[in-house]
Design a protein around this ligand. Structure first.
Ligand code: ATP
Ligand code: MG
Length: 438
């Protein structure tokens, strides 16, 4: 049963309604036909007994020679008279034949003793034999049949069913459309949490669901904004006291070694604060407008900037298709990936290519230690750093990948990490060539 059901709600509702309609239709048809048969049967029997009685009386009074010429006038749709003994057959047993015989017996049986025989054949065929008063045999030949159906009846029924089916389809579509709309709206809510308003019209339940959905979106957005604002303001407000402390430390008249340690710590704190602000901002995806970009030239200049600082970064492959995106955000994403490759692998290779699905793919490769398989997802969490990378040279805040991930989402891109064969990490950014929708 489950397998027969259509998968969509629309299909299921339409199927149930339509099956119900067909069943109701078939039942109504059956009831009408059987009532009609019963009614015609009564009328027919009544008419027949009168008619047969007068026909037999007529034949009886006619001179034998004239009887033949009267036969066509006495012929009816379901029975006719034959001058002669008729055919031999079985005793009739069919209910309709028995009914006919009983009523004929009542009207003419007294004057003309009857015998009946059922003749073999595909349809019921009955002959009633009798003798007129002059002794000549007469046979009543009966072929019972119902009234024929009007030829327009079936097309009318089919037409009716078609009209009902169409109305069903329209109703169900009307009723299920808001669900599709809601799924689309829920899907469209991006990482920037720009609410996608649902129209709050339509039937009451739908309108209520839509307004609840809209309210939920607003609440989620306000919670998120609030948290990001707290993070941003704490990070931001820390900048001033840290700067003040750094200045004071520099002026401090203390052991230079101790002073350097404090200064290094302060510098690290400053970096963390800066990253915190950036992370909070990246959640909104920035308010940079997307624009068409020559990605090859863009990557070239990015790589060149690193080479300029004597970093080992190289560019391979090309995209050769203009891409519509937000350059500053993209630069931050790639910058974070390249920084990691340099920090943990010593050097970075940037590979650019088009995927078979028409998306631009930028891969940042290194030959460093890679990341344990089970942590490949965890490193995207804010402040998550793989144990052991907390050494002084590679000290960071653990926000780089979190920022990159969030900006990638805002760009409509996907960012994945995987370990390379032969060691090292591959960070893969796949980007649509059209502007990301938000
Ligand atoms: P930040 O980028 O904020 O200065 P971070 O580099 O430690 O600090 P992420 O960029 O988020 O933070 O990276 C998270 C962790 O993932 C890193 O601490 C590191 O352990 C691991 N990691 C990231 N990139 C690589 C890489 N290319 N090779 C090996 N490990 C990496
Ligand atoms: Mg990093």
């Amino acid at each position: 049963m489950k397998r027969l059901m259509p998968r969509t709600l629309f299909g299921q509702l339409a199927a149930i309604l339509f099956a119900g309609l067909i069943a109701a239709h078939a039942l109504a048809f059956y009831v009408i036909v059987s009532e009609r048969t019963a009614a015609t049967k009564g009328v027919m029997l009544n008419f027949m007994e009168q008619d047969v009685a007068s026909s037999v009386a007529l034949l009886d009074r006619l001179p034998a020679a004239e009887r033949e010429s009267w036969l066509p006038k006495l012929e009816r749709r379901t029975y006719s008279f034959i001058l002669g003994p008729g055919e031999e057959g079985m005793r009739p047993t069919a209910p309709i034949s028995m009914l006919l015989l009983t009523s004929l017996e009542e009207v003419i049986g007294k004057n003309y003793p009857l015998t009946a025989s059922a003749l073999p054949g595909p349809r019921e065929h009955l002959q009633v034999h009798m003798h007129l008063r002059d002794g000549s045999p007469v046979t009543l030949d009966i072929l019972p049949r119902g009234w024929p159906m009007a030829p327009w009846l079936l097309p009318a029924l089919i037409g009716q069913l078609l009209i009902l089916g169409t109305i069903c389809w329209l109703c169900v579509r009307q009723a299920t459309r808001p669900l599709t709309d809601m799924a689309r709206a829920a899907n469209a809510v991006g990482p920037d949490l720009q609410p996608k308003r649902m129209a709050e019209g339509g039937p009451e339940e739908v309108a209520r669901a839509a307004s609840a959905f809209n309210a939920m979106q607003d609440r989620v957005k306000s919670y998120m904004t609030e948290r990001m604002q707290i993070l941003a303001s704490v990070s931001h407000d820390l900048q001033t006291p840290i700067t003040r402390m750094r200045l004071r430390t520099e002026l401090m008249d203390a052991d230079p070694e101790q002073r350097d340690i404090i200064l290094r710590d302060l510098q690290q704190m400053e970096e963390m604060v800066r990253e915190g602000v950036t992370y909070a901002r990246s959640a909104q995806g920035g308010n940079e407008a997307p624009r068409s970009l020559d990605l090859d030239a863009f990557l070239d200049s990015l790589v060149f900037d690193y080479q300029d600082l004597n970093k080992e970064v190289s560019l391979h492959g090309a995209i050769s298709t203009p891409v519509t995106t937000r350059p500053l955000a993209l630069r931050r994403v790639l910058g974070n990936l390249i920084d990691n490759a340099i920090k943990y692998g010593g050097s970075a290779e940037v590979h650019a290519s088009m995927t078979p699905h028409g998306r631009a793919e930028i891969r940042v490769l290194d030959r460093g230690p890679g990341i344990p398989e089970e942590l490949l997802q965890a490193v995207f969490e804010p402040f998550y750093r793989v144990e052991g990378s907390r050494s002084r040279e590679t000290g960071g805040t653990g926000l780089g990948l979190a920022i990159a991930q969030q900006l990638a989402k805002a760009l409509g891109a996907t960012l994945t990490l995987q370990n390379r064969e032969g060691g090292g990490l591959e960070a893969r950014l796949t980007l649509g060539v059209e502007a990301a929708q938000d």
